[in-house]
Design a protein. Sequence first.
Length: 255
Amino acid sequence: MTDTTIVAVSLKAYFGHARAREWMSEVAALVGTHPAVTTGAVRVVVLPTYLQIPAALETFTGTAVQVGAQDVSAHPPGPYTGEVAAAELAEIGVRVVETGHAERRRLFGETDADTAAKSAAALTAGLTPLLCVGEPVQEGPAAAAATVTAQLNASLADAPAGAVLVAYEPVWAIGAESAASGAHVAAVTAALRRALESDPDRAGSAVVYGGAAGPGLLTELGTAVDGVFLGRFAHDPTQLLSVVEEAAARSAVGA
């Protein structure tokens, strides 16, 4: 759906502040200066913790690396103690916000309706939702495609027009030793693409894969996805660089 290959990274809550700053400095030097990133052939998005966002914005200044947030309030600015509004994130320079991650659903009881409200808040503020969808238990490609397509539609219900990044993350593959098979991913992401392409409000959207994603996977998946969403594999900046190199090679051949 896009000529640009996307490489997104979530730090979750693994790093303390000092370690996060070290990691971001290494990534800025290794990835931020990569020709494919500087020309826009590869779009890199880093999602640190809320407290690490200002440091990330500072560190990646002068590079094409975008900074995202791992969550966002469903509410506008107002009397919502402890919440972080989409408008404030946009104000400081955040470009992308994650919504609907399986851990938010499992640990904090978030529903499709909660995800839809957060995605709507993000789009209203001019932010791009990185919307996570995935079947909770392993099932066949056709059943998985039906499950995640329904989840996608429910998680964007009543959301204003705007492009989204959809991360297909089968819940059973998150934290696993290996990703879902290429054939399975291709079948499910094809269904997600069809759903997005049938909605004119979602022009410019993209589909990436997450869930035990690491070096080599992007090459294996080829044109089935527009990129990858990395977790722990990207904690080593050199591994992240290798994925960016894969993405650069993919973009160079017009995938």
